[in-house]
Design a protein around this ligand. Sequence first.
Ligand code: GLN
Length: 198
Amino acid sequence: MVRSSSNNSAKTVGVLALQGAFASHELVFETLGVNCREVRTPQDLGQVDALVLPGGESTTISQLLESSELFEPVKKSVHEGMPVFGTCAGMILLSKKILDGRADQLSFEAIDIEVQRNAYGRQVDSFEADIEVKTFSSPFHAVFIRAPRISKLGPSVTVLAELEEDAVLARQNNVMVASFHPELSHDDRIHRLFLKEI
Ligand code: GLN
């Protein structure tokens, strides 16, 4: 018998698996008991209800999105309301405007933020910080790796966490972004926050 279910155990979360830190996201979803699928082709995309764009190298992911013919289908799905969570390079790919990007670097223009790549310094300057996330009762230990900085945000963007004056976790409708790597913190609260929207 097929039962319809409103909880996300019946949904499949896709993780864009072209380059970068996709495996750590999958592990978090697996430990939460959520169906997870690596997305490498437009056919894979058709099998998922939500999508995570991982950290990595946004210029490389941009090129691979084009060569795998995923760029346009992902853009369409996101603009049609598919829940999407972009972390670090994934946030860059979702932003409306990229500063210090490569001239040919693409973005989905899905959230009204301007981001500056590598704004917190080079790889050697990566750092960790405890951040207060709206609705969480204790701080989240966030890992920043050559992190992009949100340098501007529009009025329809909700800030969920800040580091000093900068938004580092934000949402606009179906699009959530983090400038850090929540999949590396051994703390699944941010993934669960994303799953609530699915
Ligand atoms: N600096 C990388 C970029 O521009 C992002 C770093 C990351 O995802 N950890 O794509």
